[in-house]
Every structure is written in structure tokens, then in C-alpha cells.
Write a protein that binds this ligand. Structure first.
Ligand SMILES: [Mg+2]
Length: 272
């Protein structure tokens, strides 16, 4: 019997779209799910762009979406820290959009002293927590500031831990290398990860859907992140073969996803 699912969490790249094009079936499927009164959220591990950027892109591709239906790792971290540690002073290795996102949650993000001098670091004693993110403006000064603060015992958080970020024709370094460098230098372990495969991003998604996990479905193209997170959260899962995962990868999984689909167009007929 087809399960009843009332809330959906969709990964974006490789699931709903690839680059600048909607994947086959995704526009019609999401339109149909909404017509049937289902709630739909979109998640991205990337902390580079504000939620509005994803909402605008989805809308442009034929899936009209408000910003608050999008959850990024930057949003998840800001939302979580605003609830748990709103009064700390944070040092960010990250880009300007993320700084704005975190400040929108009324968090104190310390500004650099002197952008020109790589040796001038903020007093590390004034930093309560270091946040590491995907940062294409990473430099020695930032690494040094984070190192000095971590050495003095600052908390160690990250938006995402991806080693690389896929790009058309290849990939570029993501936050994983920065995290590894700081872990290597300090012997410290990361204390909080907001993005996939951490369950925090799923907790925030489920909180937003306001539904029991058993009536939610996580849909994505990566088994080791999207599907694993959905399973850990107790949701139904569907892996789509439009991105990273191949059918033979699914066959090797000890705990396979609930559904294996060719594209999102299969979903409406699988659920009640
Ligand atoms: Mg994906």
C-alpha cells in the first residue's frame, strides 16, 4: 500500500535541477504535490548564497518558491545558534552573504581589524566560537585568527564540511580543506556541523514542516548524505538517479532507501 506522505524535503542540485536546467519531471511533480496540499521544502548545503537566491532560481525554472521554503546550511547554523548560544562572539571564515545571514539571526560576528595586514589578528581572547564555511576569499590572516582563537579554547563550528564543490566541468575546494587544516594544526575536533550529513538540517526542516517524521520524505541524489540523513531523521526516503547515485550503488546499501526513482516525476504515483 502506498504510504501517506504530507511533507517533502528536496535536495536541489542533481535532484530538482542540474546547473541552470530543471531535471525531467521535477516541475510537474512539485506542482502536483502542492496541488494535493503537500508541504515542500528545499535544502542546500551551500552557505554561499542567501535563501532568496535559491527561491528566485526555482521560481525562474517554473517552481514558484518563497525564500522561507529554502533551508541552507548557513540558515540552519544561524537559526540554531540564535536559539542555543545567542550571546557568543563569533569569528567567521566565510563570505559576505553568510555574514549577513548570521547577522540576520541577531548573532555578533566580529569584523576584521585590518584587511590589508595578514599578521594583524583580532584579539583571540575576544572570540568565543569560530565558524568555518565555504570561503572563496580565504587567506592566511583568517586561518591565523581562527587558529589563535581555537588554541585558546574557542568553540569550533561549521556550516558544511564538503571537501569540494561540484562545478560545471569539475570542482573547486570547499570548507572541508579549511576544517582539516585547523583540525591538523590544533588537534581539535569540530563540535557542531549544521549541514549535511548532520541531522541538524533535518531537525530544522522537520520543525518547519510541523509533521511527524513518518509522514515526511527526504528526496535526494546522494546516498551517503541525503538518504542517510533522511533515514536518521526517521523519514521515508527516495533516491533519484538524476545525479550522483547509480542503481548499482543503491544495491550495495545495507539499508536501502524506501524508493529508487528515475526522476521526481515518479513521486506523485508512489504516495498517498
Ligand atoms: Mg544533490
Amino acid at each position: 500500500m502506498a504510504p501517506q506522505v504530507d511533507g517533502f524535503v528536496f535536495d536541489l542540485d542533481g535532484t530538482v535541477y542540474l546547473g541552470e536546467a530543471a531535471l525531467p519531471g521535477s516541475v510537474d511533480a512539485i506542482t502536483e504535490l502542492r496541488r494535493r496540499g503537500k508541504q515542500v521544502l528545499f535544502v542546500s548545503n551551500k552557505p554561499l548564497s542567501p535563501r532568496e537566491t535559491y527561491a528566485t532560481k526555482l521560481t525562474r525554472l517554473g517552481i514558484p518558491t518563497p525564500p522561507d521554503a529554502v533551508i541552507t546550511s548557513g540558515y540552519v547554523l544561524g537559526h540554531h545558534l540564535a536559539q542555543t548560544e545567542p550571546h557568543l562572539r563569533y569569528y567567521l571564515i566565510g563570505e559576505e552573504n553568510l555574514r549577513k545571514e548570521l547577522r540576520s539571526h541577531v548573532l555578533t560576528i566580529i569584523d576584521e581589524l585590518n584587511e590589508q595586514d595578514p599578521m594583524e589578528v583580532i584579539d583571540p581572547a575576544g572570540i568565543d566560537a569560530v565558524i568555518v564555511a565555504f570561503d572563496r576569499t580565504l587567506d592566511y590572516r583568517k586561518l591565523n585568527t581562527a587558529y589563535q582563537a581555537l588554541r585558546l579554547g574557542a568553540r569550533f563550528y561549521a556550516t558544511n564540511a564538503d571537501k569540494t564543490c561540484p562545478m560545471p566541468g569539475g570542482a573547486i575546494p570547499d570548507a572541508g580543506g579549511t576544517l582539516a587544516a585547523l583540525q591538523h594544526m590544533t588537534g581539535r575536533e569540530l563540535e557542531l556541523l549544521a549541514g549535511k550529513p548532520s541531522t541538524l538540517i533535518m531537525q530544522v526542516a522537520q520543525e518547519r514542516l510541523g509533521l511527524p517524521a513518518g509522514r515526511c520524505m527526504m528526496v535526494g541524489d546522494r546516498l551517503e548524505t541525503d538518504i542517510l540523513m533522511g533515514q536518521q531523521a526517521g523519514m521515508l526516503t527516495a533516491v533519484t538517479l538524476t545525479g550522483v547515485a547509480k542503481r548499482e550503488d543503491v544495491a550495495r546499501m545495507p539499508a536501502p532507501p524506501t524508493f529508487v526513482i528515475n526522476n521526481l516525476g515518479d513521486i506523485p504515483s508512489l504516495i498517498v
